[in-house]
Design a protein around this ligand. Structure first.
Ligand SMILES: Nc1ncnc2c1ncn2[C@@H]1O[C@H](COP(=O)(O)OP(=O)(O)OP(=O)(O)O)[C@@H](O)[C@H]1O
Ligand SMILES: [Mg+2]
Length: 273
């Protein structure tokens, strides 16, 4: 299918929805001979929770890297919040938040030091910063871990700190790479509520996950990518109202059935197992 489609937003007024929060055209990233992101074009409107799916190695994290300035693409253009974005876009970077795949935490710091460092980098005033650091650590259940350095945190605790660091400055777009992985069910329920509130205010979330049920319940729009190209892009919230998702003339009543149709591989049973 044509991988150039525009999603229409539900958040914001008419003028706002004309400018997509994220607009990517012909984005390409190569690592040597491998084209990890292959001529990718997509738009995400403000106020939407966008799920970015695909099998392992499909190019999701590489795309997020390009969209947040962690990776320089080889070709293509990126516009965030209506402005051209490159890895040098300092001002624009302050308006986005990112939780990358490999958690780049400073292991020798305490959680409150790490969050304070991040908040200062984003220009928060000291009083707001102190309040938010304290509130985030309390709500995330990390207030009692004040005597531990990040290197001593469990995987889920590290993930929560990375989430807190991504939202502390109340960004306009939040990029999350596998945000719920390793987080306990109560924590996941809370973070999902936070994200719903975040987009209800007209802000935008772009997230990857392998948990399709999460996408069905949480996301408005979804792109499924395979080998760096878009295999499907559409409105997944239809499923909640009993509508089916269409592709290649077939209709699917779960995201899993669509996903398997598009990117599922045939596999052999391990006879020796
Ligand atoms: N720094 C790098 N150097 C070389 N190849 C890379 C690098 N980063 C990613 N790749 C390759 O690019 C492709 C896409 O990787 P990417 O991490 O974007 O996949 P992904 O969709 O995020 O997968 P996963 O679901 O496993 O997280 C893979 O083939 C990967 O091996
Ligand atoms: Mg990844």
């Amino acid at each position: 299918m044509d991988n150039e489609m525009e999603m229409t937003g539900s958040g914001g007024d008419a003028a706002e929805s004309l400018i997509p929060a994220i607009s990517v055209e012909h984005l390409t990233k190569r690592f040597g001979d491998l084209t990890a992101v292959d001529d990718l074009t997509l738009k995400v409107s403000s106020g939407r929770l966008f799920g970015f799916l695909g099998p392992n190695g499909a190019g999701k994290s590489t795309t997020i890297g390009c969209l947040t300035g962690l990776i320089d693409p080889n070709a293509g253009s990126i516009r965030l919040l209506g402005e051209t974005f490159t890895s040098d876009s300092i001002e624009l970077k302050r308006r986005i938040g990112v939780m990358p795949e490999g958690l780049a935490l400073f292991d020798h710091l305490f959680a409150h030091e790490f969050l304070t460092f991040n908040g200062r980098m984003y220009g928060l005033d000291e009083q707001t910063l102190r309040q938010r650091v304290e509130e985030l650590l309390t709500v995330l259940g990390l207030a009692n871990a004040g005597n531990k350095r990040l290197s001593e945190f469990s995987t889920g605790m590290r993930k929560k700190v990375a989430f807190a660091a991504a939202i502390i400055h109340r960004p306009e777009i939040l990029f999350l790479d596998e945000p719920f992985e390793s987080i306990d069910p109560a924590g996941v329920a809370m973070l999902k509520d936070w994200l719903r509130r975040f987009v209800a205010g007209g802000r935008t979330v772009f997230m990857t996950t392998h948990v399709l049920e999460t996408v069905e319940r949480l996301c408005d729009d979804v792109a499924i990518i395979k080998a760096g190209k878009i295999a499907w892009l559409g409105d997944v919230s239809k499923l909640a109202s009993g509508e089916s998702l269409e592709s290649d003339g077939s209709s699917f009543n779960t995201l899993e059935s669509l996903f398997l149709h598009l990117v599922g591989e045939r596999y052999e049973m391990l006879e020796w197992l």
